[in-house]
Each structure stands twice: as C-alpha cells, then as structure tokens.
Design a protein around this ligand. Structure first.
Ligand code: HEC
Length: 132
C-alpha cells in the first residue's frame, strides 16, 4: 500500500503549465503575423495591388514588413509617391531628401513599375505603423 500520488501527464498535472504553453503559442503567432507585413490590417484595393507587387518584387531586398529593415534594403513604410517615383523609376532621390542609406546605390531601377507607383505608395502608407 502506498499513498504516493499516482503519476499523471505533465499537462493534466499542471493547468498553469498548459496555460503557459498556450500563451507562448499565441505570442509566436502574433510574431509571425507581424513579420508578414501587417496582414491583419485591412487594405484598400489600390494598396492591395501595391502589396502584391511589393511582396513579389521588392522583398528580394526589403523586409516583408516595410516597417522593418530588410537584408539589403532599409525600411520604407510611408515612402511618398514622389520618393517612390524617384528611386524606383529613376534611381535617384527627390531633391533635398535624406536617404536612409546615404551613399548606397545598390537598388536597381524598375521603370516598368511607373504606372504602379500610386499602388505602391498606397500600400506603403497604409501598412505604416506609428513610430513608438
Ligand atoms: C536588389 C535589392 C533591392 C530591390 C529589389 C529593391 N530595393 Fe529598394 N532599396 C535597396 C537598397 C540597397 C536601398 C538603399 C539605397 C540604395 O542603395 O540605393 C533601397 C532604398 C529604397 C527606398 C528609399 C528608402 C529611404 O527612405 O531612404 C525605397 C522607398 C525603396 N527602396 C523602395 C523599393 C521598392 C518599392 C521596391 C520594389 C519595387 C524596391 N525598393 C526594390 C535595395 C532594393
């Protein structure tokens, strides 16, 4: 005869531990959403078009979340139409603009995207997070 408690599964034994695991899963999930570039936000149809272009062309260098720096290109959320037209179509900066990566000239031009600049600008503005 023994009065030691019978061993049970770690989850059954500890509701706190189960809660901790679930909480961690929720955190991870939120992190993944944040990395995918504000997928939770509702985008206008124009911005959605811009997103499709951005997520296929630009993320080779820029972060999938335009609020964050990418492997090669800097964060560019909130980039204006004027800035996009200059750097994406002509490979230059608007007069008086202070580049985030001064002196770098690594970004190729995409002249064929000229008609899509308003869509890209809409996306990069709608996806922009307020700076903390
Ligand atoms: C081959 C890599 C590459 C690709 C592809 C690329 N970029 Fe860039 N981008 C860069 C780099 C590097 C910079 C930093 C300046 C430079 O080197 O020209 C930059 C800078 C920028 C800037 C200026 C940021 C600032 O405020 O100084 C914007 C805006 C931008 N990119 C938007 C885009 C968009 C939109 C696309 C897709 C159509 C795109 N980029 C595709 C590499 C890239």
């Amino acid at each position: 005869m023994s009065n030691r408690p019978t061993p049970t599964s770690p989850f059954a034994a500890s509701p706190t531990r189960l809660a901790a695991v679930l909480g961690l899963a929720a955190l991870l999930c939120a992190g993944v959403l944040a990395c995918s570039g504000g997928d939770t936000a509702e985008l206008s149809p124009l911005a959605q078009e811009g997103k499709d272009i951005y997520q296929s062309v630009c993320i080779a260098c820029h972060n999938g979340n335009p609020n964050l720096d990418g492997s090669v290109g800097p964060a560019n959320a909130g980039a204006s139409e004027e800035l996009l037209l200059a750097i994406v179509v002509r490979g230059e900066y608007p007069e008086g603009y202070e580049p985030k990566r001064p002196g770098s000239n690594a970004m190729p031009v995409f002249p064929y995207l000229e008609p899509k600049i308003p869509a890209l600008a809409a996306y990069l503005s709608e996806v922009q997070e307020p700076t903390p």
